[in-house]
Design a protein around this ligand. Sequence first.
Ligand SMILES: Cc1ncc(COP(=O)(O)O)c(C=O)c1O
Ligand SMILES: [Zn+2]
Length: 398
Amino acid sequence: MAFEARGMIAQKQISRISVLQCSRCDKVYPLDQANTFASCEQCEKAPLVCEYDVFSGLSRKDIDHSERSMWRYFEMLPVFDRKNIVTLGEGWTPLLPLERLGNIVGMQQLYLKDESLNPTGSFKARGLSMAISKAKELGINNCIIPTAGNAGGAMAAYCARAGMTATVVMPRHTPQAFKTECEYFGAKLILVDGLINDCAKKVAELNADKQYFDVSTMKEPYRLEGKKTMGYEIAEQFHWELPDVILYPTGGGTGLIGMWKAFREMMEMGWIGSKMPRLIAVQSENCKPVEDVFFHRKPEGPSRPTVANGLAVPFPFADKMIQQVLHETAGTAISVPEREIIPCVRQMAATEGLFISPEGATLLSALKIMLTTQEINPESRVLLLNTGSGYKYIESMM
Ligand SMILES: Cc1ncc(COP(=O)(O)O)c(C=O)c1O
Ligand SMILES: [Zn+2]
């Protein structure tokens, strides 16, 4: 009986992916080949996105509840064959009520999703587990990535796990833990003076003869699908009633776009109602292109490094999609004072026992500002998405 039941689950566990298409003109790209971004002439480097058969009858009951990782949503993910999954147990991270902090800021429904518990200490594990699994499925074995830190460590770890070679290009000023983990994972580490856009230039230079597969944010289509699982988990952990507001620390925007994509897919499948949370992009005042474009239509720069390294992305590749998400969810963008970030790490640690990343701490600073300006209603249900662990930034905290 038990065997039969398992057999039935296995039957159902087929990816419902239908196409890979240009995010701007819907031109279809082959699913059985390695793709980066769209090459349609009129779209000029638009990201590619996966579409799924949302009318296949897949229901919430089909989730594999015994799988305590992001792979519980296998049917809505792009890997065809389970044997290609490269996993370290990413996802299914805790959703925690913040009662003590809520009391301090005058809120009764304040929550944090703690992505610091992922392998390599950040939510980047989700995207890179997915990208490296698909790379394996497509026969790729030599990957390169420009990174602010966390994505590089995650790629190096999953490449090690898959037996692939990894090259990581990182700003020289990144805290030591990010460099050391890459070396231990066996990656080739290249340090660059500048920010992630300078690392991207270096990657383009190194990859002039196309010897590597470029896993850059939103230039590679499957990292988004890994990040999307945060949206599925948020819905499931809130018992299919989405929060009113989600604050997200935004660099290249993969998590923001990913959650929005997940919510839309679940709405189309009838898993959740049609109320979309307001998605709020949070950045540091040192690098705030998303806020600048949202309010003034163009990045105002100059961009400087921030202690929230992952947010120092002067020119997000998916800038148009980020703006679309903010507008379509009645969200907004906000930058916070750089000097507030570490004190917010400290406050979260001291009041809730959570040692969060500086990126995550920007959310607390933004929340306080937006409660003061009444852009957030203290009665509403608000989720802070802490993207990473504070432990990797120790020297920035001392
Ligand atoms: C801890 C952390 N939070 C947030 C971000 C920004 O993520 P995204 O580029 O998906 O917006 C990064 C990116 O490096 C990060 O490392
Ligand atoms: Zn196109």
